[in-house]
Write a protein that binds this ligand. Sequence first.
Ligand code: NAD
Ligand code: MG
Length: 390
Amino acid sequence: MSAKWLTLLGSTGSIGQSTLEVIAQRSDYQIYALTAHQNMELLFDQCQRFRPRYAVLGSKLLAESLALRLDANGLQTSVLFGEQALVDVASDSDVTHVMAAIVGGAGLASSFAAANNGKTVFLANKEALVMAGSLLMDAVDRSGATLLPVDSEHNAIFQCLGQSSEVGREVRRILLTGSGGPFLERSLSELEHVTPAEACRHPNWVMGQKISIDSATMMNKGLELIEACWLFDVAPQKIEFVIHPQSIVHSMVEFQDASVIAQLGQPDMKTPIAHVLAFPDRMEAGVSGLDFSQLSALEFRSPDFAQFPLLALARTVAEGHQSLAIAFNAANEVAVDAFLAEEIPFLGIQRIIATVVAQAPQPELNTIEDVLTLDRVCRTMAEGALHIDG
Ligand code: NAD
Ligand code: MG
């Protein structure tokens, strides 16, 4: 088997750490680069264990101290820093595979670079597709890259589609499931004063902070709707949200003949990660199987759009100009940071997103630079809206 050289963007995050756990069982992947923003300690440990050619950090200061520690321990890893370094290790010609697991718009440039340079891209960084779906999918087509979805629902849909060659004609509906997050049973008025700690406490999944808040607002499902439209080239009208509190069915596809195919498994990201790493084969993921004698009931219901208005807004965004999706994502990132810093209440998140989406300019978006420029404009608008809210 020929060696695969993997760059793991965001190796210190929740997806990054799970990826390293799974990859430790394989001998065909060699690590080209590991990247982190600030967690130098964990990146050092990962370098000791996985011996990458490169390690990337967010600042020169951190990079210099990591380089000193690696050197003192006799490790050959070269240390780089900054945004261009992320793009470089995602596009270097020796790299064959890239796991894109940076959180948020910060991952766009490097995810795009991997797609644009013909890599096999394992995509966890859903925000990149939300912000620049058309440019990213065009880059995949042009460069001959392979894009495999890591997000559990999209990985499930990908598995359910199987050999389906004409998704547009053969698929009647995609059923995008979501647990409903920690606040499924709360009324809207009860949500005004929930704390960041409560919002981060997801009933089924252990994840990074930002996606945990996105799950509590159900923004995550909204982002996933847009992600699915791009990945599977389907109109938003073909995708339905289904609340499934147990997180056992990870999504379903209904075909023209009314057959419904579902993918089931534990709520553990190591399963979709193992799926993409081994694709088209299968591998041991280190995840226990489902015990059907213990699974009492699997429930399914429609979401309450009044309780989670971001679901309805996501549909409008998915059907509109790409700039709406950029505004939707940028405002969310600013608002989630402000909520985590206890500067705005929980429901402020959805108010800020709605305000920015309503006011966002709609320029032509021909390049990633155009996308990033509009992203910056929308972030500034969201920062302005924080004070109105507070
Ligand atoms: P996380 O917060 O745990 O980790 C984020 C990683 O990105 C870290 O390695 C961090 O160092 C890096 N990072 C953060 N800001 C950065 C910046 N400005 N520049 C460079 N690197 C930066 O996040 P996560 O939960 O692992 O999520 C990663 C991505 O995967 C997100 O897009 C998320 O939506 C998606 N995803 C996560 C899960 C999950 O279960 N955690 C499931 C599906 C999809
Ligand atoms: Mg998901």
